[in-house]
Design a protein around this ligand. Structure first.
Ligand code: ADP
Ligand code: MG
Length: 468
């Protein structure tokens, strides 16, 4: 298999590049659809990921089909870079990988950073507050199919921080699905098991603010040193770093230092690394070093158990029928699910009313209505351009390239369909076009939808994305 890949690669790149980057690779193992290749160093691996990932993907997919996976084995450093370069979702076959991590690694109570020459004196004795919320525990984080992989990866990391291949551990998923909760749970569990470890939870937003302040106050180095002495760094909502090159830079620095010293990094994001925009490639490639685990929307059973657990903890009783009703009607966001139950309890105690299904209906309805996102033309453009992996500026540009024109026409079509804006207003907001162009776009989309299967799929996919 690998020889065939090599042939293909050789035909597609400069001979010198081929000699440098592909000749030193040896194929070591092939199981099902995963090919393991051995590379001489971590740097080598990163280079491949940054420059040749597409080529590798194409060649391997040709050989092994869509499900092809590549596993890098790094020779010199004797570590595994277990990767899913082609898809960020971890296929279910990989779930067993989580279990096989449970090998005992001896605890290391010595603090290597005390010997670290880069740590400025004085700071090492500072006790760092973890900023963890003890209520966000594993115990309170109910398990279901939607979170099983992420949850067990989190448990594995908590039992041996820095000692698994899940470094960094990146938890991603939509709003209100438990990313922050799970990230805290890992930290809380680590603090419990290893009280001597320095754990820090921080949002990417706050991290950015601290960094900006440090630059203003001229103590950027102190900022860096502070982060370098942490054993377990949890950064929430890293998508916030997009476009912030200075902060990305400093984070890159800190990340490398921590990773090299066997410290654990845990990240959360509302997107998979492949979908992150305006994040530097070198950072993205590091995000993918460890494990990316998705939190999906919980199924009905999980929603029911989350509600029951919440009620139990609050000491409130509620008829089964009502719990079912709420769980059935609020589907996409655990925060809203909890919110509805809380306002139900509040309403009933405030009005001294019994909690009835009618009351539940009124409250759930309000909840679903209030939280339904207003679809704006901006939002449509964002969703459409995300879908085609271009940015909004490209979508709006004057270019006549077919796929861009199509994306633009789709944005116009959806703007017509989902907003009350006039053709003229849609035109002016999507790249300063006139109303006739928008009309033409809508007609074209209608036509293509009925004649072109691929195109129809675009329309369906985007419709789904817009109606959550
Ligand atoms: P995110 O950070 O993904 O937006 P949060 O972690 O803030 O979401 O979760 C929103 C709310 O839902 C929190 O109150 C959290 O405790 C709760 N929650 C999410 N997932 C679960 C779960 N599996 N079990 C129990 N509570 C959950
Ligand atoms: Mg959050």
């Amino acid at each position: 298999v690998w020889n065939n890949c090599l042939k293909f690669i050789k035909d597609n790149i400069q001979p010198q590049a081929y000699k440098t980057w592909f000749e030193p690779i040896t194929a070591v193992k092939l199981t099902d659809n995963a090919l393991s290749i051995q590379v001489p160093s971590k740097f080598f691996y990163e280079w491949l990921e940054e420059h040749y990932v597409k080529l590798l993907k194409v060649s391997l997919t040709k050989e092994l089909g869509e499900k092809a996976k590549l596993v890098y084995v790094i020779k010199m450093e004797n570590t595994y870079g277990n990767k899913q370069p082609f898809t960020e979702k971890i296929p279910s076959s990989n779930r067993s990988a989580v279990k096989s991590q449970e090998v005992d690694i001896p605890l290391n109570n010595k603090n290597p950073e005390l010997r670290n020459p880069f740590v400025i004196p004085g700071i090492r004795n500072v006790k760092i507050e973890s900023q963890l919320n003890p209520n966000y525990s594993f115990e309170n984080f109910l398990e279901g199919d939607s979170n099983r992989l992420a949850r067990s990866a989190g448990l594995a990391v908590a039992s041996k921080p820095g000692g698994t291949s899940f470094n960094p551990l990146l938890i991603f998923g939509g709003v209100g699905l438990g990313k922050t909760h799970l990230a805290h749970a890992i930290g809380v569990d680590i603090k419990d098991k290893y009280p001597e470890k320095t754990v820090l939870y921080i949002s990417a937003e706050k991290f950015t603010q601290q960094y900006i302040d440090s630059v203003k106050k001229n103590n950027r180095n102190d900022f860096i040193h502070f982060y370098q002495i942490i054993d377990v760094l949890i950064i929430d909502d890293v998508q916030f770093l997009s476009g912030k090159t200075g902060t990305q830079d400093v984070f890159f620095h800190i990340f490398n230092h921590l990773h090299q010293n066997g410290k654990q990094v845990i990240l959360t994001s509302d997107k998979a690394p492949v979908d992150m925009q305006d994040i530097e490639q070198r950072l993205l490639s590091r995000f993918k070093w460890g494990l990316s685990a998705e939190l999906q929307t919980p199924d009905f059973e999980t929603r029911v158990s989350i509600l029951k657990n919440k009620l139990y903890r609050d000491g409130v009783e509620m008829p089964e029928e009502i719990i079912d009703y709420v769980a059935k009607n609020i589907k996409t966001n655990v925060r809203e699910l909890e919110g509805a139950i809380i306002s139900l309890i509040a309403q009933s105690s405030f009005n001294k009313k019994e909690i009835t299904i009618d009351l539940a209906r009124v409250i759930v309805e309000k909840f679903v209505k209030n939280t339904k996102r207003e679809v704006s033309i901006d939002y449509i453009q964002k969703v459409v351009s995300d879908y085609f992996q271009m940015d909004v500026d490209t979508l709006q540009s004057k270019t006549r390239k077919r796929h861009i024109v199509q994306a633009r026409q789709l944005a116009m079509f959806f703007a017509k369909k989902f907003t009350k804006a006039s053709l003229a207003s849609i035109g002016s907001q999507i790249g300063k076009r006139d109303h006739a162009t928008v009309l033409h776009a809508c007609k074209t989309v209608d036509n293509l939808t009925s004649t072109d299967k691929q195109f129809r799929k675009y329309v369906e996919d985007i419709t789904k994305k817009l109606s959550v």
